[in-house]
Design a protein. Structure first.
Length: 462
């Protein structure tokens, strides 16, 4: 009897010892789950969340947020080591955390992992579009955050905020470098995200510019030698990045030069001259950063014997209100301007590379204030135009430039062929002829299909 009591006492002591020393581990919440992983676009109808088993866990609770450090909401629980989130919206990134539970409570949250469900719909517009502001002198770099489900991106640009945006590039990267820019000019950019099911809307815009540099010295400075009896005409080549020019004069090549005038054109008529007297001229360019170096000098004089084109008449003033049509016509760009007093004819000049590019004479001896550029027929290709007013004394300064472009019209798709391939999945391959100007117009094709009793519906875009 006594032995039995002793054994019972020892057993109770051992049980009490277990409860006091190690029993706390038997009646405590589990540890947090590890190796939490959410699927990244592997499924079109759900996000699959997996994790490793936690000690003493009898069930697991799954929480979700739209940001890693956001507010997490419980979306379900399970005794298994996986959870299928069927409430996730397509092409939306979610963050998941899991905690393990038992009858004595729940663990702390696991580290978070992101995942998303791939949707057969166009992606959302890109976020965080940023264009570089003066970081480079020869380009503007545009970057953006990736859009879930996007396979390509389209980059659009406008020269004026709020105006029409023209597509300038397509890329599979999340950055693009626009090198067709004028230094110091501000451009506006927006981006679309695309996949086989279509493209998003345009992103929010952002502006950028290429850094200015001090302009270089003007080249080809030439002063007229007796061409006129009442003036010396000085001409020079345009300088990239220049906003205006200063014309300086001296009586000798190495003498003391004085400023005559600052102009925005690339010519100047010096009428404060004495016929037969030789003058020397230098020109320098200016922009917002300051003045560039002087050009090489050149000499010129007004003819004492009458010369040509003299007679004391006045040159016409600068042409105003130059406007080039923006997509109004499919086969031309129409240039219009206001009439100038004293002008007998006009010249139209065009640049292919921006307002600071080289302008070439396009038309002369125009007596009206409208000109149709029918040589410019490539849809959506931007050109720049200036106009000068002229009379018997010569031509006045060039106008402020304006850009224009022909519109684009899409032709009907032709040459459609369907080829059936007998495979286990029964594949139909479609081919067709490219429409004219497809690349210039940024053409995408939609494929539609119908079935008996079912209306036509889009099934792909390429």
């Amino acid at each position: 009897m006594r032995g039995s009591q002793t054994r019972a006492f020892l057993l109770g002591a051992v049980l009490i010892l277990l409860l006091l020393s190690g029993g706390c581990f038997l009646f405590a919440p589990p540890e947090p789950p590890t190796d939490v992983s959410a699927s990244d676009g592997e499924y079109v109808d759900h996000v699959l969340v997996r994790w490793s088993a936690a000690r003493r866990a009898s069930r697991y609770e799954v929480f979700r947020a739209t940001e890693e450090d956001g507010d997490y909401e419980k979306i379900g629980e399970t005794p298994a080591l996986r959870f299928t989130d069927e409430t996730a919206s397509p092409n939306v990134l979610y963050w998941y955390r899991v905690r393990a539970c038992n009858p004595f409570g729940c663990s702390a949250f696991s580290p978070a992992d992101s995942g998303f469900r791939y949707g057969q719909i166009p992606p959302a517009p890109p976020q965080n579009v940023q264009a570089s502001d003066g970081m480079y002198t020869d380009r503007i770099r545009i970057t953006w955050s990736p859009s879930l489900g996007a396979s390509t991106y389209e980059v659009y640009r406008s020269d004026v905020p709020g105006a029409d945006y023209i597509r300038i590039a397509q890329t599979s990267a999340t950055s693009y470098e626009d090198r067709e820019v004028v230094r110091g000019r501000v451009y506006w950019y927006r981006v679309k995200a695309c996949n086989p099911y279509g493209c998003s809307g345009l992103s929010e815009p952002d502006s950028g510019s290429a850094a200015l540099q001090l302009p270089g010295a003007p080249g080809n400075v030439q002063a007229s030698d007796g061409t006129y009896s009442d003036r010396v005409r000085i001409t020079w080549s345009a300088v990239s990045g220049a906003a205006r020019y200063e014309v300086w004069r001296a009586l000798t090549r190495d003498g003391e030069y004085e400023l005559l005038r600052d102009v925005t054109a690339t010519s100047y008529d010096d009428t404060q001259v004495t016929a037969g007297t030789v003058y020397w001229y230098k020109v320098r360019a200016w922009n917002a950063l300051g003045y560039g170096p002087f050009s090489e000098p050149d000499s010129g004089y007004a003819s004492a014997a009458g010369g040509g084109g003299g007679g004391g008449g006045a040159l016409p003033g600068q042409v105003q209100n130059v406007q080039a049509s923006d997509g109004t016509y499919l086969d031309r760009v129409r240039v219009t301007w206001s009439p100038v007093s004293g002008a007998t004819y006009y010249e139209v000049w065009r640049s292919d590379s921006g307002v600071e590019g080289t302008f070439s004479l396009l038309a002369s001896n125009l007596t009206s204030t409208t000109y149709d550029d029918t040589t410019q027929t490539v849809p959506c290709t931007v050109k720049w135009y200036r106009v000068r007013a002229c009379n018997a004394q010569g031509c006045g300064p060039a106008s402020v430039a304006d850009s224009g472009y022909p519109g684009g019209a899409l032709a009907q798709v032709a040459g459609l062929k369907a080829t059936t391939v007998q495979t286990p999945s029964f594949q139909v391959t479609l081919t067709w002829d490219a429409v004219p100007n497809a690349q210039t117009l940024g053409v995408r094709y939609e494929v539609w299909r119908n079935e008996p009793g079912v209306a036509w519906r889009p099934i792909a875009q390429t």
